[in-house]
Write a protein that binds this ligand. Structure first.
Ligand code: ZN
Ligand code: ZN
Length: 181
């Protein structure tokens, strides 16, 4: 097993903790080397690249270029102020994550936020900024206040509804959204 340090991902600072990379023997289809790590999320690509890429081919954009892969699909909800360079880094050089439904990246201070991982109430309950966003999201679905609080309190990494937690790289605000299986 390699003890080589993984590449640094500005917008996904701990991709081992989030499960994006798993340590296991893997011959990377990009560089042909076995560097002891596999990208464990399925990229958007014609070929099935799950468990087939090393972190370095994700980080340098070569996997995206070679296989036409996208790691995160950015929808129309990306704020207009986000520069193309940031969109490219997220889509093509940053490990993504899997969510129950289509994943969404979150933005703050005119930049993409750092993805911290899937989260339950135990992870977000002490973060008032994240909790307020989750309440607002539940209320936007038509939940009354009590139901919204109950929903947010029931969030669980392994349960029916999961939160996805981010932190702004500039002001430190925590950001979160939830989806349901
Ligand atoms: Zn590789
Ligand atoms: Zn911010």
């Amino acid at each position: 097993m390699t003890s080589e340090a993984l590449p640094i991902f500005r917008y996904h600072p701990d991709p081992v903790a989030t499960g994006a990379f798993e340590q296991r023997p893997t011959r990377c289809v990009g560089c042909g080397q076995d560097r002891g790590w596999a990208y464990a999320v399925t990229p958007y690509a014609e070929a099935n690249l799950r468990d087939a890429l090393c972190p370095w081919c994700v980080a340098d954009g070569s996997a995206a270029a070679t296989f036409g892969a996208t790691f995160t699909e950015l929808g129309e909800d990306v704020p207009a102020a986000i520069p193309q360079s940031v969109r490219d880094e997220l889509a093509h050089r940053t490990p993504g994550f899997s969510a129950w439904q289509e994943e969404r990246w979150l933005f703050h201070c005119d930049d993409a936020a750092a993805f911290l991982g899937a989260a339950g109430w135990d992870d977000v309950g002490h973060l008032p900024d994240a909790v307020a966003q989750l309440h607002a999201q539940a209320e936007s679905w038509g939940f009354g206040r009590e139901d919204a609080e109950a929903f947010v309190g029931s969030l669980d990494v392994d349960g029916d509804s999961t939160a996805y937690l981010f932190r702004c790289l500039h002001c430190g605000t925590h950001l979160a959204y939830a989806d349901a299986g």
